[in-house]
Design a protein around this ligand. Structure first.
Ligand SMILES: Cc1ncc(COP(=O)(O)O)c(C=O)c1O
Length: 640
């Protein structure tokens, strides 16, 4: 849909920044360069160092890499870890708190080895640890935590093997904390620990009655799936007391849910959790650590509100509230200041990854023009539609909209009863959509747009077919309507004149992005530029570092995209630190149990039969086999 025909309007990078909100959601990591390209400032606000994503793409092209590609900026990861420790350490020193802050990264949020390894590298000076929620995650955690002061928090349901692993890790000097999520875990832990001669460090995850709000509200509250009830906490304490092991119970843990948008919910949960902490200490448990879980939100839409895609607080406000509440409640109870443990995942990794893809083509909603000259033979409903089109004006928009809808219904009915021809029906449809386009254009000019006409522009939006899979790369956009910032990464000194919905290349009607961030609402279309026949057009989806990569699936057998890790080198230039090739067709077929070699054999047999039957020549057989073999090694996405 064309937004504004007046191409003479002066358009600057500030206009583009306002339109796409990049300075609101970018957290100082993203801006627009003088060349009109999105630039990444991996060191954060105030740093002059900027990398143009177009320069990265041109480096990729020179190396023969195809899009889509996921760019991971290691320096953003490092900067986020510093910002989180900076916020907590500042709050601790301002408030005069005597305890310390310890972060642990929940592997589930992005399990990719490079990401976990980088977090361990950057967080080492703070003794940053890991959180594991399954056996596989624990295996990864104990292999990557080599700092004896870092914690490995073990959440999730635990069988004997999981518990053994955590206890063995403790034996070799890794600080595992077994967090009891279900009462049934305690007897197993006690039995295994006694057998191994290990004194475990234990935590209890409590079910708070406080709610998170936002998308993940269900993770918290009385009916949440994880954690124990108050009477079970008492049972655990009594059992530990009976075993003379209350010194082992050191951590109170809760997790309200991810992406908590409202600081009030965070404060409410803290208060309740602190009561548990104090009560458990009074019951004789050693305590010493309060683990506030995850939940620190990311301001995806940049609105700084309590909307589900945003947050109405800063890192600093979050840290201050956490430290203040814990300090006040434990001080009042006369308890030593606990270590504050935090499992922030999303807020650590979301910013550092960007998905970049090219637009393959656009489909425009432009009805074929129909001449004014209709003959006597044409049905009178067609004449009425033509007259509506020719006499439409700002004052009669709504009335004529209803008339046009009625006329179209009549024409469809006449066609169904065989009373008009296909050609007449085609004229009717073209006239109808011509009227809708004119109504949309007129209503854009008016100050007041009736509600039923307000959505018109969206139904007439262009469809931009893009080289990616929503299911593979942005599963939360499809599954829970999560919003991510999306924008063109170049041509930002040109006013975007079209409005589009983005369709991916899976053949699924859900394979699209049709909800976009907006400061005041949710937009149904994205402002984009007219495609240029000679040059590719690139879009970026930002803040995709959390949860998207592993949740993604192989819908339509679209595999993992290429990944590129970028780091700032010693000379201040960006380096391609690590490249990971995306899945080949053979890779994804193997995942669903096909054997590519067997498939080649089958095609060879079919091709040989065709040679025997004289349908192809032996040379053609070779060409066909070459194409099949090359296809097996190829990328699963569109390659030009
Ligand atoms: C127990 C636990 N801790 C931490 C997290 C990470 O939460 P977030 O990504 O909101 O920081 C999760 C994720 O839901 C979780 O289940």
């Amino acid at each position: 849909m064309n937004m504004k025909p007046d191409s003479l309007v002066r358009w600057t990078r500030d206009n583009a920044a306002d339109l796409y909100g990049i300075r609101n959601w970018g957290h100082g990591y993203f801006d627009i360069s003088e060349r009109g390209e999105v630039e990444v400032r991996p060191l954060g606000n105030g740093s002059e160092l900027a990398i143009s994503i177009m320069d990265v793409l041109s480096g990729l092209k020179q190396r023969g890499q195809s899009l889509p590609v996921l760019l991971r900026f290691a320096d953003i990861l490092s900067s986020r870890i510093e910002q989180l420790y900076g916020a907590f350490n500042a709050a601790i020193s301002e408030l005069g708190y005597q305890g310390v802050y310890r972060g642990v990264y929940p592997i589930k949020v992005n399990q990719q080895k490079q990401v976990v390894a980088e977090i361990m590298e950057f967080g080492r000076k703070h003794h940053h640890g890991l959180e594991a929620g399954s056996k596989a995650e624990l295996m990864a955690a104990i292999a990557y935590v080599d700092d004896p002061e870092a914690l490995v928090v073990c959440n999730g349901y635990k069988d004997e093997e999981f518990i053994d692993l955590a206890l063995y890790a403790r034996k070799i000097g890794i600080q595992t904390v077994l967090v009891i999520e279900m009462s049934s875990e305690l007897p197993i832990i006690l039995a295994r620990a006694a057998r191994m001669g290990v004194r475990p460090c234990l935590g209890v995850r409590v079910k708070l009655s406080s709610r998170a709000g936002g998308h993940w509200d269900g993770s918290g509250g009385d009916r949440s799936m994880f954690g124990v009830q108050p009477h079970q906490v008492i049972d655990i304490i009594d059992r530990l007391a009976a075993e003379n092991m209350l010194d082992c119970l050191q951590m109170l843990h809760y997790h309200l849910g991810s992406q908590v948008p409202n600081i009030r919910n965070i404060r409410g949960a803290l208060r309740e959790a602190c009561r548990y902490y104090v009560a458990m200490a009074r019951e004789g448990a050693a305590m010493g650590m309060i683990n506030i879980g995850g939940g620190l939100a990311v301001d995806y839409d940049g609105s700084h509100t309590n909307f589900a895609s945003s947050r109405n607080y800063t890192d600093a406000e979050y840290a201050t509230d956490v430290v203040e509440e814990i300090m006040t409640m434990t001080r009042e109870a006369g308890l030593p200041p606990p270590t504050i443990v935090n499992e922030s995942g999303r807020a650590t990794v979301a910013y550092h990854s960007i998905l970049i893809f090219n637009v393959l083509e656009a489909s425009r909603f432009e009805p074929k023009s129909v001449s004014d000259k209709l003959s006597e033979q044409h049905h009178k409903a067609l004449h009425t539609l033509r007259d509506i089109r020719n006499t439409l004006n700002t004052k009669n928009l709504q009335e004529f909209y209803h008339d046009a809808v009625d006329c179209r219904e009549e024409i469809r009915g006449l066609f169904q009863h065989g009373q008009i021809t296909l050609r007449e029906r085609a004229i009717g449809e073209c006239l109808f959509w011509d009227i809708m386009c004119r109504i949309a254009a007129e209503s854009r000019q008016g100050k007041y747009i009736p509600e039923e006409l307000a959505g018109m522009e969206n139904s007439l939006a262009d469809l931009y077919y893009c080289n990616f899979s929503v299911f593979q790369s942005l599963p939360d956009s499809w599954a829970i309507d999560q919003l991510f910032p999306v924008m063109p990464i170049h041509r930002l000194l040109e006013m975007p004149t079209r409005k589009a919905i983005l369709s991916d290349i899976t053949c699924d009607s859900d394979g699209k992005i049709d909800k976009f961030i907006d400061l005041h609402d949710v937009k149904s279309t994205l402002p984009v530029h007219e495609l240029d026949d000679d040059d590719d057009y690139y879009l970026g989806v930002f803040l995709v570092g959390a949860y998207q990569e592993t949740l993604g699936d192989l819908h339509n057998l679209m595999g993992d995209t290429n990944v590129l890790h970028i780091r700032i080198g010693k000379d201040g230039q960006f380096e391609f630190a690590h490249e990971i090739a995306g899945d080949t067709v053979a890779d994804v077929l193997s995942v669903v149990e096909y054997d590519p070699r067997d498939m080649l054999g089958r095609i060879r047999t079919t091709a040989e039969r065709a040679v025997r039957e004289g349908r192809i020549t032996p040379t053609e057989r070779r060409e066909i086999m070459d194409a099949y073999e090359t296809g097996m090694r190829g990328y699963t996405y569109f390659e030009s």
